[in-house]
Design a binder for this molecule. Sequence first.
Ligand SMILES: NC(=O)C1=CN([C@@H]2O[C@H](COP(=O)(O)OP(=O)(O)OC[C@H]3O[C@@H](n4cnc5c(N)ncnc54)[C@H](O)[C@@H]3O)[C@@H](O)[C@H]2O)C=CC1
Ligand SMILES: O=C(O)C(=O)[C@H](O)COP(=O)(O)O
Length: 411
Amino acid sequence: MTQLTIVADENIPFVSEFFQTLGEVKTYPGRTLTAAQVQSADVLLVRSVTPVNESLLAGSRVKFVGTCTIGIDHLDVEYLSRCGITYHSAPGCNANSVVEYIFSVLATLKPNWLQASFGIIGCGNVGGHLYRRLSALGLAVDCYDPFLSEVDNPDLCELERVLQADVVCLHTPYTRSGAHPTHHLLGEAQLQQLKPGCLLINAGRGPAIDNQALKRVLSVRQDVTVALDVWEPEPNLDVGLMPLVALASPHIAGYSYDGKVEGTAMIYRALCRYLKCAQAATTEALLAGDESGAQRLSWGSREPEAAAKGAATTADDGSVQDWLNRAILTAYDVGADDARMRAQLLTESSLASEAAFAREFDVLRKNYPKRREFPCFQVGAMPEGLAEDKKKPLNKLLATLGFTLAIREES
Ligand SMILES: NC(=O)C1=CN([C@@H]2O[C@H](COP(=O)(O)OP(=O)(O)OC[C@H]3O[C@@H](n4cnc5c(N)ncnc54)[C@H](O)[C@@H]3O)[C@@H](O)[C@H]2O)C=CC1
Ligand SMILES: O=C(O)C(=O)[C@H](O)COP(=O)(O)O
């Protein structure tokens, strides 16, 4: 059998380790992948920044396309099907990562979020995971997803009602056609309907919110707080929106180390099934000995980025909510992502040209720090000074968020 040629985005973690047993792996920057680079490939492995369509693939040998991401809006699936090219995505691979991003945003911007009501737009793998976590915490959650029924989700309701929640989270794919396209799902009229004091978070795809309408609304409505992980467009987002947004991040909600590695592993398994060959590589083997997978959560050892800047991050009153926020921000502080993004992009050199800005946006993503998910953090002891009657409630909340409890029951 002749060896397969596998062309891959260089930002796919462990791409060589997983795929070299199946063929020769050639890596390139995904954003600028060309037809010439893909021409002699049998297999193409991408992330969300590579539009996979006729211009890229016409005349190539590619028979299998794998995207190590949840979203597939960068794949021309109609073209791929027409040409008999098999394609796979990695559904759910980084869903937990996005949900942890949401909890980090809450701990930063809504210190008393255990008292808030929630609205989720798009309740699939990510939104559904968030819905189950929030419901398990006993919180009120309304969901809008016109493709689901009450059997899938008993808390479905109209969009108008979801917009009345204290916290509104968007987790839709990007679609421009069909019965319910998500392009500009939230335009000026919907944004004006948001409840006073609302926290709006978009970690789906940028154009689900009309970013120009958002800019107009935020310039008059100071009562609405916004966290954007995704932008319209990327990478050349509207810089004028950044100062109006409380937390800005460069499309990294799904960038936990665990989520990214799982994305690669899912596509590797899909290719092995397609080729009908045994799986020679496993995530367990690749991550064996990685000590970041089992860390002690130390209470308050790290000042959250926003707190360091003097912003109110936690309830700061020794309450269960306060300690929960501290745990979240110790594991993942989205304020640090925000600080890095503003420091890197709002500079004279980044703003000098569209090309420079796009390059720096991608540099931020490429060099994203290794971020492990909550289960990698072991809670070995309750915080000192926490009242006895608060220990069990805190323990329960930490477990519901996915932290690993390693606390010995006192007899
Ligand atoms: N910021 C980030 O780093 C990440 C962003 N994403 C984005 O999040 C999206 C959602 O991911 P999953 O939940 O895994 O996808 P999914 O396909 O499991 O769920 C999407 C849900 O959105 C619903 N939906 C579609 N059109 C809608 C509309 N007009 N209004 C309301 N709901 C609608 C669908 O019915 C479905 O239930 C992905 O497509 C991707 O674009 C995913 C991972 C990471
Ligand atoms: O999985 C998705 O869908 C995402 O949005 C990815 O987390 C985005 O990452 P890149 O593919 O752009 O590296």
